[in-house]
Design a protein around this ligand. Structure first.
Ligand code: 5AD
Ligand code: SF4
Length: 364
């Protein structure tokens, strides 16, 4: 039996060494870890998985992250921005299909035209859905007053991945300039939380130079920051980026999936009532990666609702599914046969229970 793991899992609070031990556990021990995490999810959040219909609004990005396929300097892709009508149509589809929430995502754009268009879109979508559709934003680093404007317009969750909590590693996977400043990103995350958004962050797993200690620190960062939501997934090389020039080693990719599952499970155990995404990157590496993530404690799925003709142009990493995975008979795109006992939470925002708890403590 795996007494080492078992005694760690019985502790009230895990320290860095405990987390490292769990991250390094073998596949047999991992079964135990995954089951414990699934039990925590069930106990604290029940068995619902919630949906965020993903609208990839634009692939125009001012930044140049060394890992990302839509970085500014990649001239091989066609840049697009959805029209107002296309966004509204996608949002209304989500509403009709009872998704509960949408997530609007785009490359980083700080122009005033962009900021205004997003603000308008939020207001229109709120109005056309009787304020019933939850709105998550994932639009990168912005000035505090922009975050505030979008919040006032009716968005209530914001996802900004820290990508890695290690300053050294952050500097290795980003250009060395003022546009890619770790501390600025951290300040943005603080502003988002301070304004009152449900605040999400996350990291990539398997980045070049990344160590197990870095990953343990990432989890501790999320706990210390008291985040409400997390999206994390395996790093996948993209051949048109500086970090992807040498192609991909499949074995490493498989290892990254195992490590991502361990990260999700440990995060669920140390932050019991937050929302954790089963990411598309997981599905890209392993056809049933998202189902596995759910069985390890994840509880959010982001089915892609971007109009089909733009899908190929939002290739952040290699192999990202460009096909329609959602249809009216199965709006989550999940293989529910692999998920005994799990149901899709329809028509509800599916807010993080953690957020309500955090609010009531801070307003006391
Ligand atoms: N592999 C996996 N994830 C990536 N992202 C960007 N590039 C890659 C890649 N090559 C993730 C980042 C970013 C999100 C939009 O996509 O974490 O925050
Ligand atoms: Fe732009 Fe985000 Fe890609 Fe960086 S990761 S290049 S900010 S879309």
């Amino acid at each position: 039996m795996n007494y080492g793991i078992k005694s760690i899992l019985e502790k009230k609070e895990l320290d860095s060494n405990d987390i490292i031990t769990l991250l390094k556990c073998d596949d047999e021990q991992a079964v135990f870890l995954f089951n414990s995490a699934a039990n925590v999810r069930e106990k604290y959040l029940g068995n619902n998985v919630y949906l965020r219909g993903l609208i990839e609004y634009s692939n125009i990005c001012g930044k140049n992250c060394l890992y990302c396929g839509i970085r500014r300097e990649n001239r091989k892709i066609r840049r697009y921005t959805l029209t107002k009508d296309e966004v509204i149509e996608s949002a209304l589809y989500a509403y009709r299909m009872n998704f509960g929430s949408i997530a609007i995502q785009a490359g980083e754009n700080t122009s005033s035209a962009f900021v205004e268009e997003i603000e308008n879109l939020i207001r229109i979508i709120r109005r056309k859905t009787d304020n019933k559709l939850g709105i998550t934003l994932s639009l990168g680093e912005q000035d505090r007053d922009v975050y505030q404007r979008w919040f006032d317009a009716g968005a209530h969750r914001y996802l900004l991945r820290i990508e890695t909590s290690s300053i050294d590693l952050y500097r290795k996977v980003h250009p060395d300039d003022r546009m890619h400043d770790y501390y600025r990103r951290l300040d943005c995350l603080r502003a988002i939380q301070d304004i009152g958004y449900q605040t999400g962050t996350g990291v990539m797993i398997g980045l070049p130079f990344q160590t197990i200690n870095n990953l343990a620190d990432d989890l501790i960062f999320m706990r210390d920051f008291d985040i409400d939501m997390c999206g994390m997934g395996p790093f996948i090389e993209h051949s048109d980026t500086p970090l992807g020039l040498n192609g991909t080693n499949n074995l490493f990719l498989r290892e990254r999936v195992g490590l991502t599952l361990r990260m999700i499970a440990i995060l669920r155990i140390i932050m019991k009532n937050i929302n954790i995404v089963a990411s598309t990157a997981m599905q890209t590496v392993d056809r049933t990666g998202r189902e596995k993530a759910i069985m390890c404690g994840a509880n959010i799925i982001m089915p892609n609702l971007t109009p089909a003709r733009y899908r190929d142009d939002y290739k952040i990493y290699a192999g990202k599914p460009g096909y329609a995975e959602v249809d009216e008979d199965n709006i989550s795109g999940l293989d529910l046969g692999l998920l005994p006992g799990i149901s899709i939470g329809l028509g509800k925002w599916g807010d993080a229970a953690h957020f309500a708890a955090r609010r009531s403590v801070s307003s006391d």
